[in-house]
Design a protein around this ligand. Structure first.
Ligand code: AMP
Length: 282
């Protein structure tokens, strides 16, 4: 696997590959890789001839009081994992390489970024949109693979790619979970053993609400209450939001008539966790 740290290096390799007509799948990540990321790499291999991964902890998507500095970083471990999964190129640029000066351009998808995590992470989705647009322009993949765990992010990216006519397919892969239901996340590493047990409340709450919906509870507000109640029962968990929304528009669902996205953001100790499930609705 080739380790590339410069945009010029990626472009040169991409031009070589273009001559062969081979297809490239890109898996953008912030590193501290886990099974969720590796599943995206495997999906990429099904969709393209080569899978390229990127590791970039993007300062533009972190708020001033968030964990940009403490975010887990382990390039050597990540590199070995990606190599084992058959990725052929790892793009791991410095912050200076990606932002030689602050970008004056803003990419905003306000109608999709306004709800769910939006109000609690001002500027986050602008930061995500900017870096993903840059990575897609640098790598020019045929496919880019994202995880459903960050559903709002995936919806924002799909929309920006459509609106800007970017020639890439956005593939969204289901969330990979631990055996007890906890969604895999690089931030799970922050949890103490006790917090780790508490964190199972998220998937339990989502399952309770999904079961209620399957049993005929169509009212969005009632589904949100089930989510909030389950989180409230877990000592040490603090709800940030519980939502039942349309998976495409992310608008709140008054009465479920089709698919519903149930979504949560919860603080467990000082660690903010998010999770969601997509239900078929009724
Ligand atoms: P991150 O490194 O957290 O920015 O995540 C990089 C990509 O991996 C994003 O597309 C995430 O949605 C995806 N991802 C993170 N956790 C999971 C998971 N548990 N299952 C599937 N995809 C995931």
């Amino acid at each position: 696997m080739l380790l590339v740290t410069t945009i010029a290096g990626v472009r040169a390799r991409r031009e070589e590959l273009a001559k062969t007509g081979q297809r490239v799948a890109l898996v953008p990540t912030m590193g501290a890789l886990h099974e969720g990321h590796l599943t995206l790499v495997r999906r990429g291999r099904e969709l393209a001839d080569e899978v390229w991964a990127s590791i970039f902890v993007n300062p533009a998507q972190f708020g001033p009081s968030e964990d940009f500095v403490s975010y887990p970083r382990d390039l050597e471990r990540d590199r070995a994992l990606l190599e084992r999964e058959g990725a052929t190129l790892l793009f791991a640029p410095s912050v200076r390489e990606i932002y030689p000066r602050p970008a004056a351009t803003v990419i905003d998808v306000p109608e999709l970024a306004a709800g769910l995590c939006g109000p609690y992470r001002p500027g986050h989705f602008r930061g995500v949109a900017l870096v993903v647009a840059k990575l897609l322009n640098i790598v020019q993949p045929h496919v880019a693979v994202f995880g459903a765990k960050d559903w709002q992010q995936a919806v924002v990216i799909r929309r920006l790619v459509e609106d800007l006519d970017m020639p890439v397919h956005i593939e969204v892969h289901p969330t990979v979970r631990e055996e007890d239901g906890l969604a895999r996340s690089s931030r799970n590493a922050y949890l103490s053993p006790e917090e780790r047990r508490t964190a199972t409340a998220l998937s339990r709450a989502l399952e309770a609400a999904a079961t209620a919906l399957a049993d005929g509870e169509k009212r969005g507000a009632a589904l949100e209450l089930i989510l909030a109640t389950e989180i409230g029962r877990a000592p040490g968990a603090r709800l940030q939001y519980a939502a039942a929304v349309d998976p495409a528009t992310l608008q709140p669902v008054a009465t479920a008539e089709g698919p519903v996205l149930l979504a949560l953001a919860v603080y467990v100790g000082s660690t903010r966790l998010i999770d969601n499930v997509l239900t078929e609705g009724i």
